[in-house]
Design a protein around this ligand. Structure first.
Ligand code: ATP
Ligand code: MG
Length: 582
């Protein structure tokens, strides 16, 4: 398998771009020195909102556009750094006027409207802890998250409130205030519009200490019940650094992160990092639509684009002819996160956009990008890239006397040496689960990977998803990547199903590209292709056609759900489940 992966990379040829930033560090350098020098030890404290907003206004950049907002209905709104700072300050004043104080907890539940961004930054300004949720969550996932996050404030819309919250609102004892976006609110809520209008535009940002909690992010729930990861204000040092180093964000960059803030990417690299790096960022209220997305890149002259494999595979599915209608010449850097990026997608994006998508790996828990194909470094399609400066990553395994590091080419658990600023500080209410992430000085990611001799990391699969068949260990990513190279296959989810002789057999669920019909001939053809690519031991024995694969709201394939159904087991926590059509 190790052999296969390496030849996979060289087989498709390396892609690189020539932007010139090194991916190495001389010993003794302060890895985050640049970011530290940005952060001015303000009043002896550190506050994310100060770094994202106040500092730029004080430095004379208030007139620069911070957010270019694109409404679903075609309307647009430009918010300068001064505008956004004033909105955040008004929001902070509303909170304080209602008696809320540093350390209290604010939840947001709404689409990507300007108020969401004002609420995030306003809550941070006032020293409160901010938690964004996906607006499409159902009542139960919202409620459990608000309970364990001890929500004191909820900001939402009238429609969401009526449909999902009003019935049980009184049963959340901590909840003091519900703010409703717009001018009207139900009786037991406060309308945000008039409150903001009458609030002062000045607010002195609350001095928070580096270790004061700032954000709670729930994990995607791909492997089980989501965990609430707690992040602190000091994380902003790493947000500043990694956005600049791995995503090329710098003052004035036109940047678009397509992630929703309900997922950590949409907050770290969809709010904080870009603003700290003083970019002009797009916020699109609408969901994925191929012509809208391509048109946005062309019209807004997007330079840096951060997206996810699930969206990239949809673009591939839409075909090259659609892409050919648009001008992508503004793009200078493309990055992807959230799931393994199939080598096919890297090659394809280089062809279509003139720039390859650069894969990066990180987790809700790590709070920022850990491993990446950084600007200037050679891209090996199928590899996640190399650790960022200051990040020590290793492949480890459990041995008799504790965790040991494995050598190059060996598969084991991807581990990180704790200590970078954006690392989570706790799982809410789950101390034991948190402690289990650490062993012998390592943070254990739960992902399996391999490092090649040049220090590139290759994702193999989540530890839970590994398939054991006739003595082989198979990572689903490898099989899925081979399957989507077949012209008919758009997406694939691969699991192991129990088998008396082999232990487990590989089973694949696939969705098809337009123009292909699910039938026996096609199944034969796909299986034949997989056998040729992977060999008979690794190729799927069975292929099931589906309209969509079960995915989380952050776009991750939920293999555990495919497996639970296969085994007739309970489905477990499916609070984050999005698409799922057989
Ligand atoms: P849960 O922890 O609740 O099961 P989750 O792990 O999907 O959900 P996130 O923190 O949103 O929650 O996702 C992090 C995980 O996403 C990583 O551990 C990894 O499995 C996967 N991932 C992220 N980026 C990449 C990548 N570039 N390549 C492969 N996998 C990735
Ligand atoms: Mg996880």
């Amino acid at each position: 398998m190790t052999q296969d992966r390496v030849s996979l990379a060289s087989g498709v040829g390396a892609v690189s771009d020539a932007s010139g930033l090194p991916n190495t560090l001389t010993e003794g350098d302060d890895p985050w020195g640049h970011a530290r020098s940005l952060i001015d030890g303000w009043k002896g404290g550190i506050n994310i909102a100060h770094e994202a907003l106040d500092r730029h206004v004080a430095d004379g950049h208030g007139a620069q556009i911070a957010i270019k907002w694109l409404g679903k209905d075609g309307s647009t709104q430009d918010l300068t750094y001064t505008d956004l700072t004033e909105l955040a300050s008004r929001f902070a004043n509303v909170l304080v006027d209602h008696g809320l104080r540093k350390g209290d907890s604010v939840f947001a539940l709404m689409g990507r409207v300007p108020e969401l961004y004002a609420a995030a930054l306003g809550a941070l300004k006032a020293g409160l802890i901010f938690t964004p949720l996906f607006s499409a969550f159902g009542p139960e996932p919202i409620r459990t998250r608000m309970e364990i996050g001890k929500a004191n404030v909820l900001v939402t819309t009238a429609s969401i409130y009526k449909r999902k919250i009003s019935k049980w609102r009184d049963e959340i004892p901590t909840l003091k205030l519900v703010l409703i976006v717009g001018d009207d609110a139900p009786e037991d809520c406060i309308a945000l519009g008039p409150s903001m209008a009458s609030a002062a535009t000045a607010f002195e940002t609350v001095r928070t200490a580096p270790e004061d909690p700032a954000l709670i992010h729930f994990t995607s729930g791909t492997t089980g019940k989501p965990k609430g990861a707690v992040h602190v204000h000091n994380a902003v040092i790493y947000h500043a650094f990694s956005g600049n180093y791995a995503l090329r964000l710098s003052p004035g960059t036109i940047y678009w992160c397509t992630a929703d803030p309900g997922w950590v990417t949409g907050t770290t690299y969809g709010i904080i990092s870009p603003l700290v790096n003083r970019v002009t960022m797009l916020v699109d209220e609408a969901e994925f639509d191929i012509d809208r997305w391509y048109g946005t890149i062309e019209k807004e002259r997007v330079e840096v684009w951060y997206s996810a494999p699930t969206a990239i595979r949809m673009m591939m599915r839409a075909g090259n002819a659609t892409a050919a209608k648009y001008d992508f010449s503004s793009l200078v850097f493309l990055a992807s996160v959230g799931e393994p990026l199939n080598p096919e997608a890297v090659i394809w994006s280089k062809e279509v956009f003139g720039q390859p998508f650069h894969d990066n790996w990180w987790q809700t828990e790590t709070g920022g990008i850990m491993i990446a194909n950084c600007p200037g470094a050679e891209v090996r399609p199928g590899s996640m890239g190399r650790p960022l400066p200051g990040i020590e990553a290793a492949i480890v395994t459990q041995a008799n006397d504790g965790m040991v590091e494995l050598g190059d080419g060996e598969i084991g658990e991807l581990a990180l040496r704790p200590g970078w600023p954006s690392m989570m500080r706790a799982y809410l209410n789950e101390e034991a689960r948190y402690q289990k992430c650490f062993r012998d000085g390592w943070y254990l990611s739960g992902d399996l990977a391999m490092r090649d001799k040049d220090g590139y990391f290759w994702f193999v699969g989540r530890a839970d998803d590994l398939i054991k068949t006739s003595g082989h260990l198979i990572g689903p990513f490898e099989v899925e990547s081979a399957l989507i190279e077949h012209e008919a296959v758009a997406e694939a989810g691969v699991i192991g199903v129990p088998d008396e002789t082999a232990g487990e057999l590989v089973k694949a669920y696939v969705t098809l590209n337009p123009g292909f019909q699910p039938d026996d001939d096609l199944e034969q053809s796909i299986r034949g292709h997989a056998r040729k690519k992977l060999g008979p031991a690794v190729a799927p024995r069975e292929i099931v056609f589906r309209k969509t694969l079960p995915k989380t709201r952050s776009g991750k394939i939920m293999r555990r759900l495919l497996k639970a159904r296969e085994l007739g087991l309970p489905e477990g926590d499916i609070s984050t489940l999005e698409t799922d059509e057989t």
